[in-house]
Design a protein around this ligand. Structure first.
Ligand SMILES: [Zn+2]
Length: 271
């Protein structure tokens, strides 16, 4: 097992829960009085006290994509108090983005999306560090860009980026939380090589397009669920969607799910 057992049997009896292993020497960051007040609504939740909030503050996450999915994911993670976000998107803001990308404004047209989104996020929560990269993810930069992260988030709707992040998750022994949308359907799952199936185990599940037809709220719904899953992992509750894919059909307002299994012949898991 790569994660440490962080089970709280009083809250989740009998449930094996694992958190990403903190790097050696990583200090848990103390909350200031202003932060305690800011996060007080969630810190009074059963299972989410000061320790979970401080774990969150000590975390660095990587998000691929600052579009519809990534905007919603980053917004809620940042508002909840994730310590640092590394955001990557190589596109510029276009008119077609404004229908579903919540961090963008009309005045942002033509600007670098990663920079615009990063600046907007900093306005929302000044306690969080945001690092923006206007780059395309590649085999040459993926391992450098994911260094030091406790979780990887794929919100790019790009199968190529998903595959690269899967390799990084395997090497770094950290979870990859991946949401993707197509038409009126959204999917979400957590891949954690060594603890469950990796993305390459189910390549048939990942076909998608970078710019699918889309109704804006679908990206918001799936991005928000993605943020919730990442909060669970970083706060110590453990992933809800390891070995499962959650499917939301927006035309029927139905959630369904599929069980995922590791592929014994997977080229990534077997290395
Ligand atoms: Zn695999």
């Amino acid at each position: 097992m790569v994660g440490r057992d962080c089970r709280d049997s009083s809250i989740f009896p009998g449930t094996p829960l694992f958190c990403p292993t903190p790097k050696k020497g990583t200090a848990i960051t103390q909350l200031s009085p202003a932060e305690v007040t800011r996060y007080s609504r969630q810190m009074t939740l059963d299972g989410w006290g000061r320790e979970a909030q401080e774990r969150l503050k000590s975390s660095l996450i990587f998000i691929a994509g600052a579009g519809g999915l990534g905007s919603a994911t980053a917004l809620y993670l940042l508002a909840a108090g994730v310590g640092a976000i590394r955001l990557l998107d190589d596109s510029r803001v276009s008119l077609a983005d404004l229908s579903h990308q919540a961090l963008l404004r009309e005045r942002d047209l033509g600007k670098v999306k990663a920079t615009v989104a990063g600046n907007r996020l900093k306005e929302i929560n000044p306690f969080v560090m945001v690092e923006s990269h206007a780059k395309k993810l590649s085999e040459y930069n993926v391992f450098r860009l994911t260094a030091g992260c406790q979780a990887l988030i794929d919100a790019s709707n790009d199968p190529g980026a998903g595959s690269l992040l899967n390799l990084a998750a395997k090497r770094r022994k950290i979870p990859l939380v991946r949401a993707w949308v197509w038409g009126v359907t959204g999917r979400l799952s957590t891949f954690w090589p060594g603890q469950g199936p990796c993305l390459a185990c189910l390549s048939q599940e990942t076909s998608s397009s970078h710019h699918p037809a889309l109704l804006g709220p679908l990206a918001g719904i799936m991005g928000t669920l993605q943020a919730l899953e990442v909060l669970r992992i970083l706060g110590g509750l453990g992933p809800a969607l390891l070995g499962r894919v959650l499917i939301f059909k927006g035309d029927q307002f139905k959630f369904t799910e599929k069980t995922l299994h590791p592929d014994p012949h997977c080229r990534v898991c077997s290395t």
